[in-house]
Design a protein around this ligand. Sequence first.
Ligand code: MN
Length: 145
Amino acid sequence: MQSGSQGFLSADRSKPKKKRVLIVEDNHLDSALFSALLESQGHEVLKAANAADGLKLARENDPDLIIMDVRLPDMSGFEATRTLKNEEATRDIPIIVTSAYGPYADKAEVRECGCDAYMPTPIQITGFVDLIHTFLNRHPARKTG
Ligand code: MN
């Protein structure tokens, strides 16, 4: 038995809410991979390839989540994260800091910068998708208008 309106409503409810994610990453392959995975989940993606552009986009676009690389050309991602976590307008945006294994995966620095999670690269795709869902689903839905 078909019920047009009920079928429509349940299909509509099952769609993920579109969220806005800012990727601050100077590695084009990583940036393209994160972006493709987020867009495949229906999210809007903003991209910056350095910290200055990342800070600007974060302040101007109120993203629901930020993925922040540690090694950026102009500033460390830890410092950029601290900056955003110290500003009233941006401190509640969840930030996932990401980095290749190595000296930048320093646990004390990860804790100290105030980020919400640390994700080593190369990423595991299912782990990445689970992690972003954790943050995007607990963050309140965007207000429209
Ligand atoms: Mn980098």
